[in-house]
Design a protein around this ligand. Sequence first.
Ligand SMILES: CC(C)(COP(=O)(O)OP(=O)(O)OC[C@H]1O[C@@H](n2cnc3c(N)ncnc32)[C@H](O)[C@@H]1OP(=O)(O)O)[C@@H](O)C(=O)NCCC(=O)NCCS
Length: 337
Amino acid sequence: MIGSANGTAISITGLGCRVPERVITNDELSTMMDTNDEWIRERTGIRERRIAAPEEALSDLCLPACHDALEQAGLDASEIDLIIVATVTPDMAFPSTGAILADRLGAPDAAAYDLSAGCTGFMYAVAQAYGMLAGGLAKKALVVGGDVLSRILDWSDRSTAVLFGDGAGAVVLEAVPAGGFLGFELGADGSGGQQLYVPAGGSRSPASEETVAERMHFVKMNGREVFKFATRVLVSSAQAVLEECGRSIEDVDVYVPHQANVRIIEHARQKLGIPEEKTVIDVDRYGNTSSGSIPLALADAAADGRLRPGELVLMTGMGAGLTWGSGLIEWTAGGNG
Ligand SMILES: CC(C)(COP(=O)(O)OP(=O)(O)OC[C@H]1O[C@@H](n2cnc3c(N)ncnc32)[C@H](O)[C@@H]1OP(=O)(O)O)[C@@H](O)C(=O)NCCC(=O)NCCS
């Protein structure tokens, strides 16, 4: 799916994020499994990640992120009429974390639900909210991307456990006088689904003694195949959205790729021809936070003063599905700016 904006200008007017307090360094991981700091840093660029406390669920991370985003937009939760939570680790199978959040925030007029597109979830959710706002179905949306992947990682599998972390980010989307989103490109290739998946817990293999014994409720991944896929789609999706919007790589001021692995980001950045100083990287501190990755990176860039009104920001996500998605936005001031 690909399209460029025509009509109402819609932008991000508020941004917030939250990561758990607990930091786990590579050295600490190497006391838990057969790995070491050098291997993890060389292969992934990750130094540490945040891991949720036992009592902390996804909505506990999303709630403060939403409060911060709303405050920045100068809105009260009661003014929100759409909440989408992109995640693969909701508080529970149902009700949706979106509905739980709507209640905890105090947004009784909001349509609220979850969206599943792996680590690309945030890009899918932003595009969907954009479409609903542009189509007049909603006026003010909260789009949340977050995961507590530590709950579905196999801590006895060093090939996956070292890669991920927990975190969430939220953005407010609403109409603005000018600027905002210019276009999106989204895709999915379900034939690659089993390269990155959780085999059990759904209607295909419901939880049973056997699925638990066989560790089928944890993330399984073919790292090499996912690496190849990631490097390919980060490039093709970015190029497609730029072309659709009539912009070039040189026009991009800030590049926010999915934070899976520094080597994947480096590969895409060089192939695309984007200078290092325009690329946002925080995977070293958070690991791969799945749907939280792009909003967390946006919040990091904003905190560093890197997101200025008028600048062109390119975001590209990829992940389970296999899915990918890009969005191009001309950054605007927050709701109070
Ligand atoms: C996972 C990934 C870092 C592995 O890197 P790689 O260079 O492909 O490494 P390999 O899988 O070939 O493993 C190389 C060796 O390291 C070992 N190894 C794997 N994990 C290890 C770890 N945590 N610590 C130490 N050694 C490890 C392997 O067992 C293998 O040993 P062997 O050669 O004796 O068999 C890389 O494939 C990757 O980043 N893939 C993409 C994953 C991703 O981003 N997924 C999420 C997308 S949203």
